[in-house]
Design a protein around this ligand. Structure first.
Ligand code: AHM
Ligand code: MG
Length: 340
């Protein structure tokens, strides 16, 4: 790292000056989200000492048991973002419906979606977790705000990112002009630019998928993984390594750092659901980041950022990462469709 430290604020101001694509409200929004992530990081670090581990005894709209930290992180993000005048409304994995900015505050032109604490099953076991966020513009100014305003394809995102709470706390951001990473300097309390122009290599020898679901997969996914497992002697002619952290933020962070492919496909356990992960606050923001870093993101058949969402908590199958591998998995699905 160079000796000249560039803060998140300076980065955003310079981006605005050079490229003019970060309006004031968007800059404020990103800074407020980053500040909220700092507060969440402090809670995460306290662990047992802060009485933040364990379940909260409630369920979210998807019927998943909420952890204390899911709720704390959600509250931190809402409180931090509602008064600044940059937002019209927020949507979250942990809230059934959208949270419109109360009348006592001015309404801004942006919409914010988040998964406040991704990888909840890892909270209590001290494994990396994170916050994922997606920013959309409010398109319709004619009427009050509703869930419909959020239902925009991912390609319309104005910004997206995540903060990973791991051995280091890192904020990863795109405003549609590449991907930058900022590491939290705990002594100074500031975000320092530590990587710019992040690029995912097109080829990889590393895949991430929950193998325990193998018997429930569709044929194209099974074919792809079988070929990886066959190693040097198989059709791929090389050995593959496997990683599965069960925190999408941590798996995606590894892929942004050294490449790889991540999959959470549709499976037969709950055939009526398109997948486990959520389109609007998991797949879309991660998709925007991965594409901005030269990777590829599909649901097995189509580009995820082109999908028209039909509801806030919509689920989707996800295949993302190194371009040539994602392309291969997508081809296997399309070939199987043709044969059928
Ligand atoms: P969460 O948002 O409730 O934490 O669930 C999403 C997480 C992802 O981070 C991760 O990739 C996946 O669920 C792990 O699922 P599984 O436990 O089925 O392997
Ligand atoms: Mg999640």
């Amino acid at each position: 790292m160079s000796s000249k430290r560039i803060s998140l604020t300076q980065y955003l101001v310079e981006q605005q000056r050079e490229h003019g694509h970060i309006p004031g409200q968007l800059r404020l929004l990103i800074e407020v989200v980053a500040r909220a992530c700092k507060r969440i990081a402090i809670q995460v670090n306290k662990g047992e000492l802060g009485d933040v581990l364990g379940t909260a005894g409630s369920e979210n709209v998807q019927g998943e048991v909420q952890k204390k930290l899911d709720i704390i992180a959600n509250e931190v993000l809402i409180e931090a973002n509602e008064w600044g005048g940059h937002l019209a409304a927020m949507g979250s994995e942990e809230m059934d419906s959208i949270h419109v900015v109360p009348n006592r505050y001015p309404q801004g032109e942006y919409l914010l979606l988040f998964d406040p604490l991704d990888g909840s099953s890892n909270i209590d076991v001290n494994v990396s977790i994170g916050t994922i966020f997606s920013v959309l513009r409010k398109v319709n100014n004619q009427r009050g705000i509703s869930e419909e305003d959020f239902l925009q394809p991912g390609k319309q995102q104005a910004a997206a990112g995540y903060c990973i709470y791991g051995p280091q706390t890192t904020l990863v951001l795109t405003v549609g002009d590449g991907v930058a990473m900022f590491t939290l300097d705990r002594e100074q309390g500031s975000w320092v630019l530590t990587q710019e122009n992040v690029q995912i290599p097109a080829d990889t020898k590393e895949f991430a998928i929950n193998m325990s679901n193998m018997r429930h997969w569709d044929a194209p996914v099974k074919r792809y993984i079988d070929e990886c497992l066959a190693g040097k002697e198989g059709p791929r002619g090389k050995d593959f390594n496997m990683r599965w952290i069960a925190s999408m933020v941590a798996d995606v962070h590894r892929i942004l750092t050294r490449g790889g492919i991540f999959m959470y496909p549709w499976d037969k356990r709950e055939p009526e659901k398109a997948g486990k992960l959520r389109l609007m606050y998991e797949a879309n923001p991660m998709g925007f980041l991965v594409e901005q870093a030269g990777g590829m993101v599909t649901n097995g058949r189509q580009r995820i950022l082109d999908l028209q969402p039909t509801k806030l908590h919509e689920r989707v199958a996800v295949v993302l990462g190194s371009k040539n591998e994602v392309e291969r998995v997508t081809c296997y699905h399309l070939e199987a469709d043709k044969q059928a």
